[in-house]
Design a protein around this ligand. Structure first.
Ligand code: SAM
Length: 219
């Protein structure tokens, strides 16, 4: 309902460059022209009563039916959480359609008949799906070949091996007496790698033990 919302997120940094370089193509579809009647109505009161308005099926059917060849994702708090593996999967698809809801949500029949996957950005309620779509587009863009300068930077980072990233440091080696861990200055690459692996594991244990549960159930 608000294609203009995307002007910023699609215009700058990695996503902006990916689009400019022709690596990523984003088409914004305005739902309003598909609305009903003179006022191009998109919503209506919920059957059975209750607060707020619900997005009607007709405009969404008109837009989503011809896009059946694409993978149609609806952003909703009721969906599966969006994780790095979701983005990995999506980044290999030739075409994907993101549906951004507004109001109290979308008529369930849209979901039953025109949506292939329901995805949530997290356990909180936003006003619309645009923030989730922008997050997905940025997460996908940086996985596309040629977008991030050094492909290693998307290979060695949080969630890649199921763990959080280790702490990272740069110059100066000391600031206000706060020193960079000695090992990182040692030049001993094998010991540095062992230290990093240990830090990844420790940080994940402390902050996100749920990720380790996932790793154990995989092995
Ligand atoms: N009544 C809905 C509920 O309780 O789940 C929330 C509707 S929300 C105000 C309006 C729209 O914002 C949703 O249809 C969805 O597209 C989007 N949205 C809100 N929170 C979201 C989240 N955590 N993840 C993905 N999309 C979200």
């Amino acid at each position: 309902m608000f294609p203009e919302w995307f002007e910023g997120p699609l215009g700058v940094s990695i996503v902006g460059r990916a689009i400019e370089d022709g690596i990523l193509e984003v088409e914004l579809i305005d739902l309003r022209p598909h609305g009903l009647g003179r006022h191009k109505q998109l919503d209506d009161a919920p059957f059975g009563g209750g607060p707020g308005m619900v997005m009607r099926i007709e405009p969404l059917a008109e837009v989503l039916e011809p896009l059946a060849e694409t993978h149609r994702v609806l952003f909703t708090p009721s969906g599966d959480p969006m994780t790095q593996s979701t983005l990995d999967r999506w980044s290999s698809l030739p075409e994907i359609t993101f549906v951004c809801g507004r109001y109290e949500g979308i008529d369930q029949r849209v979901i039953d008949h025109f949506i292939d996957e329901e995805t949530s950005l997290g356990d909180y309620v936003l006003a619309g799906g645009e923030v989730a779509a922008a997050a997905a587009i940025e997460g996908i863009a940086r996985l596309l070949p040629g977008v991030v300068g050094n492909p290693d930077s998307t290979e060695f980072e949080s969630f890649r091996d199921g763990l959080l990233e280790e702490p990272v440091y740069t110059r100066p080696a000391e600031f206000r007496g706060w020193k960079v861990p000695e090992i990182l200055l040692s030049g001993d690459h094998a010991r540095i790698e062992a230290w990093r692996a240990e830090q990844r594991r420790r940080r994940t244990e402390e902050r996100r033990p749920d990720l380790l549960d996932g790793l154990q159930s995989e092995t």
